[in-house]
Design a protein around this ligand. Structure first.
Ligand code: ATP
Length: 239
């Protein structure tokens, strides 16, 4: 059997602001295998973002383990083959996509020509061709989200973590992002997607994990779920 791309084992987390203790994760475990597109679903406050933040080492767990490609995710080397697109992407308003990609090119040691070719390909992929010299401050929310996705794909990540990738997008923007995700799925890119958009998840995900009050309530391959995802989700949450 393939080794997991992501291993999450017995995560526990309580946010402590003495005298307040806010439980976020009481016991979260799951694995993601190569090529899987895994949806992490749950009501507001279920613990999705906390789980992602621990995976990315933005915050630490009280206990438990997270491994990416077999390496403890607290080590930065574990994250070299992944990209993360946050729900709200914040880019400096006066910078242009051209300048942002130039920066990425330097970070990843690409030549100027390679960087330009990659940028042109990716901007076209997210339907932003011709916008390379427009300042980010002039981009709409949907355009920024698509730019973020293009930037996240720059170094050919093998694992993508997308937090609410459709938030704030108009129907056309949603369709474009969904098309990109489906294309990346076909290429075999592994993904973890947090989303409240159950129809979108139904069309894109191969595995469904439902978190509730900091616990995994359900972890199924989508093909094994015989009812519409919305019905399944509410049934699991209600039980
Ligand atoms: P949403 O769908 O609203 O984004 P979520 O599933 O991502 O929710 P989390 O943001 O992980 O849920 O929150 C889990 C619990 O932890 C909630 O009770 C929340 O109030 C609490 N929490 C999250 N972040 C913090 C924080 N920085 N400080 C204190 N409590 C927090």
């Amino acid at each position: 059997m393939d080794k997991p791309v992501l291993k999450v084992k017995n995560l526990k987390k309580t946010y402590k602001f003495v005298p307040h203790y806010i439980p976020a994760l009481s016991d979260v475990s799951f694995d993601i295998f190569p090529g899987e597109v895994v949806a992490l679903l749950g009501l507001n406050g279920a613990g999705k973002t906390t789980t992602v933040k621990i995976i990315l080492n933005f915050i630490s767990a009280d206990s438990g383990e997270t491994e990416i490609f077999g390496v403890d995710s607290r080590f930065s080397i574990s994250r070299e083959r992944l990209s993360y697109l946050p729900e709200k992407i914040s880019l400096q308003e006066e910078l242009t996509p051209s300048e942002l990609f130039e920066f990425l090119g330097r970070v990843f040691n690409y030549s100027e020509t390679e960087t330009k070719q990659k940028m042109e390909y990716l901007l076209e992929f997210v339907k932003l061709n011709g916008k390379e010299n427009l300042m980010c401050g002039k981009f709409s929310k949907g355009m920024l989200q698509r730019l973020g996705l293009a930037m996240a794909l720059f170094h050919n990540p093998e694992f993508l973590i997308l937090d609410e990738p459709l938030t704030g997008l108009d129907p056309l923007g949603m369709r474009m992002v969904e098309d990109v995700i489906i294309e990346k799925k076909k290429e075999g890119i592994t993904m973890l997607i947090c989303s409240h958009e159950l129809d979108f998840i139904e069309r894109t995900a191969s595995k469904i994990i439902i978190l509730h009050e900091g616990k995994v309530l359900s972890n199924f391959a989508k093909k094994d779920i015989s009812v519409p995802l919305k019905d399944f989700f509410f049934k699991v949450i209600a039980e």
